[in-house]
Design a protein around this ligand. Structure first.
Ligand SMILES: Cc1cc2nc3c(=O)[nH]c(=O)nc-3n(C[C@H](O)[C@H](O)[C@H](O)COP(=O)(O)O)c2cc1C
Length: 357
């Protein structure tokens, strides 16, 4: 049952150690500026994304919907998205389309975050099997359900092969993405779920789909290989593939090397400082999932405190790099560690922000 899978994901992700791999944020140094020539309170953390102003470039990650627990989580996250003027993804909405009685668990997001930037969500393997008429209907249902400003389609081949009832169907997905971009009438975001996006995939997306944003969702945070293997009781396979994927920092550089659009950094982002580093190597915004699941399970106040802390960490990183605004942060001086430099050299990438040679 799809609903029980959603509750399994919440339970396993919150109770077990499901984070693995190295996101490589520890190999980015932001150079400290002892003479920032700005006052802390003058640091401008705001950005515009898809026509909405965000108080800082942060989007609550795509997680859930479809069950009572999911509804509570979505309600808390949506209230915080509204209060802080930040973005929010919802989890895959397939469950609510095939079982309309569960749609309320998503609708609470529109009710509690009427003005925040909201992002609908469907999975690539599922849309790959729909004909154009049905697909067009799914896309409008997903958007209308939460009054979404944009729609995300997640690419999750690793999750699907490790999922006991997985649907590893990726043939024809590119054509379906192009179709969605045409009918959605909203910006299209293509995202991973924790294994990263390479420059080859980004190039294919640029030439064949032209999405408005790419969310790298790289390795080094929540691992769906681990979560699904725990569900399948197939831990050995998960151990073999532990850490599989493209570390988040490298995925940002890979995508940025071929893509001029909006990049969202996610996968193991764990502080406002990580978020600032992501922007300094080429992302436009950052997103976090599991930490917000953990705080939402503790309640609204805890989630509010968590996001408040994140914003403060982000603002401090901007101040200490002398960045008055996000554009200056994206040009802040950085030094990269040896694993990043080696990867970029071997991949022939001059990370747009960085002269690797
Ligand atoms: C409980 C849970 C459920 C998730 N469900 C979805 C989903 O339905 N759709 C999706 O695109 N990503 C989903 N994700 C993946 C996240 O959006 C994100 O890409 C991934 O967790 C990596 O970010 P993190 O390290 O900050 O958790 C889920 C993550 C978690 C923890």
């Amino acid at each position: 049952m799809i609903e029980s899978r959603k509750d399994d994901h919440i339970k396993i992700a919150s109770e077990q150690n499901v984070e693995e791999g190295n996101n490589l944020f520890n190999e980015i140094y932001l150079v400290h500026i002892a003479l920032p020539e700005i006052d802390f309170n003058d640091v401008n953390t705001t950005i515009n994304m898809f026509g909405k102003k965000l108080s800082f470039p942060f989007i609550i990650g795509a997680m859930t919907g479809g069950t009572e627990t999911a509804e509570k989580i979505n309600t808390i996250l949506a209230k915080c998205a509204e209060e802080f003027s930040i973005g929010m993804y919802v989890g895959s909405q397939r469950v609510a389309i095939v079982k309309p009685e569960t749609a309320k668990s998503f609708r609470v997001v529109a009710e509690n975050a009427p003005t925040a930037l909201k992002i609908a969500n469907l999975g690539a393997p599922q849309v790959s099997r729909l004909n154009e008429r049905v697909l067009s209907d799914w896309v409008s249902q997903a958007i209308d359900m939460i009054n979404a400003d944009a729609i995300a389609i997640h690419l999750n081949p690793a999750q699907e092969v490790f999922q006991p009832e997985g649907e590893p169907w990726f043939k024809g997905v590119t054509d379906k993405l192009r179709f969605i971009k045409r009918v959605a009438n909203r910006p299209l975001i293509v995202k991973e779920v924790g294994n990263g996006i390479s420059m080859e995939v980004a190039s294919a997306l640029v030439s064949k789909v032209d999405p408005e944003a790419i969310d790298v969702a790289g390795t080094g945070g929540t691992s769906f290989i681990r979560i699904e293997s725990i569900r399948a009781r197939a831990i050995n396979e998960a151990d073999v593939f532990s850490g599989w994927g493209i570390p988040t920092v490298l995925s940002i550089c890979e995508v940025r090397s071929v893509y001029d659009g909006f990049i969202i950094a996610s996968g193991g982002v764990r502080s406002g400082l990580d978020g600032a580093k992501a922007i300094a190597v080429g992302a436009n915004a950052f997103s976090m999932s599991r930490p917000l699941l953990l705080s939402a399970l503790k309640g609204y106040d805890e989630t509010q405190r968590f996001i408040d802390r994140l914003l403060r960490e982000f603002r401090i990183a901007m101040f200490l790099t002398g960045s008055k605004n996000i554009s200056e942060l994206s040009r802040a001086s950085i030094v990269l560690g040896p694993s990043i430099i080696s990867w970029l050299n071997q991949r022939g990438i001059t990370c747009r922000r960085v002269n690797v040679k």
